[in-house]
Design a protein around this ligand. Structure first.
Ligand SMILES: NC(=O)c1ccc[n+]([C@@H]2O[C@H](COP(=O)([O-])OP(=O)(O)OC[C@H]3O[C@@H](n4cnc5c(N)ncnc54)[C@H](O)[C@@H]3O)[C@@H](O)[C@H]2O)c1
Length: 415
């Protein structure tokens, strides 16, 4: 097959690689010339796709900025960003722009699959009418489906091959074609009856996580007042073999998905006059965490007779999750901003994030950070972080990830 992938980011690039590795040719289209240039030069910008992997498929992956090349594809998969506007409403501009560009080159018999996370109804109400401006009829002359991505960057136990893939087609024929397409790269394809079910299933997954993270974060703030160790509480509850699922407290939710996607659903729900209180409340609690953490750092300094102003505060790990360099919506950004507003001298160490240009900061070596700081703060514990070294060399340590031993170190404060 010739498969088109539009949007070569965290979702699109691994998908393109998977189809290439299954023996297909992939036309990868992206509007970002740097990404297309890097891929054509054999360089990856996604941690999960190392350069040698690209080298192994160089005869099958064709990165380009030209949508016209999609005309020779059997199927075109769309994986462009779906963020929120400043007013926290769905921003479909990239998805609509990509769909418009596909419409201009759409061919009879092609299958178009949308993977970008969005509210139920987007595919049928927004995208199908756009695609039909080509003069072709959806379901009859071309096929359309929605299939949400479940990639978890940095994860190695569940990858595309062994993670079930939900697919909802516009018609039965659309369904059958999309199921066959994903059967090439996934062992288990889950067919659902409509694109709306597929769209909403993805939002349910993300709302589920957001709500449960908010619950444990709320408990973390309560535990702080009650002087109970939240990590010990979570560890104890997690020994129950049924009816409990472990979620970790932390400095706040980051990434493209969890802080964003639930609001696609609450926005859509307003149109139906149906309140989504869980979603809103979870968002509020999770958004409060960076502020709570900045205050906790200030209290830790205060206990050591130091103000935030002019104290050197070394953040260890600033990306939104361990093992990746993704800074999107990272709670560290808010923590840096708040500490900076308080006059703190903030530095950071993160081997995955060489620079934070918006703050004029660059990552400093771990030992320099530990030796020069008044407090070291574990915001994101990347694999291999030498926790013993941190506890040994920093005068004061605040741990928001529960990676330090719970008791015994006099210079340690935990979430
Ligand atoms: N990152 C994840 O872990 C993850 C997981 C599941 C679902 N998703 C969803 O998948 C979608 C893509 O997310 P991502 O993380 O891959 O984003 P990303 O920003 O990493 O990649 C998107 C790519 O699309 C390109 N692009 C933007 N507008 C375009 C256009 N009009 N035409 C062609 N290319 C365009 C960008 O240059 C970028 O390279 C989003 O809807 C997201 O919610 C992401």
């Amino acid at each position: 097959m010739n498969v088109g992938v539009v949007g070569l980011g965290y979702v699109g690039l691994p998908l393109a690689v998977a189809f290439c590795e299954a023996g297909h040719r992939v036309i990868g289209v992206d509007v970002d010339p740097r990404k297309v240039g890097a891929l054509n030069a054999g360089h990856s910008y996604i941690e999960d796709v190392p350069d040698p992997t690209l080298a192994g498929i160089s005869d099958r992956l064709f990165p380009t900025r030209r949508f016209a090349e999609l005309s020779r594809c059997d199927a075109v998969i769309v994986a462009v960003p779906t963020p929120l506007t400043k007013n926290r409403e769905p921003d479909l501009s990239a998805l609509l722009a990509a769909t418009t560009a596909i419409t201009a080159v759409l061919q009879r018999g092609q299958l178009v699959v949308v993977e970008s996370t969005t509210y139920p109804g987007t595919t049928r109400e927004q995208l199908v009418p756009l695609l039909e401006e080509s003069g072709l009829t959806a379901g009859a002359e071309f096929n359309v489906a929605f299939s949400p991505e479940r990639i978890d960057p940095g994860r190695t136990d569940y990858v595309m091959r062994n993670t079930p893939k939900v697919v909802g087609g516009l018609t039965e024929a659309c369904q059958a074609r999309a199921v066959a397409l994903y059967g090439e790269v996934c062992d288990h394809v889950v067919a659902v009856s409509t694109p709306e079910v597929a769209e909403l299933s993805k939002l349910l997954e993300n709302v589920f996580r957001s709500v449960n993270i908010a619950l444990v974060n709320e408990l973390a703030m309560l535990c702080d007042r009650m002087e109970i160790d939240i990590w010990e509480v979570v560890n104890a509850a997690a020994t129950k073999p049924y009816g409990f699922m472990r979620f970790e407290p932390g400095p706040g939710m980051g990434g493209h998905c969890l802080p964003v996607d639930p609001f696609y659903l609450s926005w859509r729900a307003r149109e139906f006059g149906s309140p989504t209180d869980f979603i809103e409340l979870a968002g509020e609690v999770n958004q409060e965490m960076p502020r709570f953490c900045a205050e906790k750092i200030a209290r830790a300094l205060n206990e050591h007779a130091k103000p935030v102003r002019a104290s050197r505060i070394a953040l260890l790990g600033v990306s939104y999750k361990a093992g990746v360099g993704d800074m999107r919506e990272s709670p560290a950004l808010k923590i840096i901003q708040l500490l900076g507003e308080g006059g703190g001298d903030v530095i950071y160490h993160d081997e995955y994030v060489p620079e934070l240009p918006e703050f004029g900061l660059a990552s400093v070596p771990l030992t320099d950070a530990l030796d020069s700081c008044d407090v070291a703060v574990i915001v994101t514990a990347h694999p291999g972080l030498d926790v013993d070294l941190v506890l040994e060399r920093a005068p004061l340590v605040v741990d928001f990830r529960g990676v330090t031993p719970g008791v015994g170190a006099p210079n340690l404060i935990r979430l």
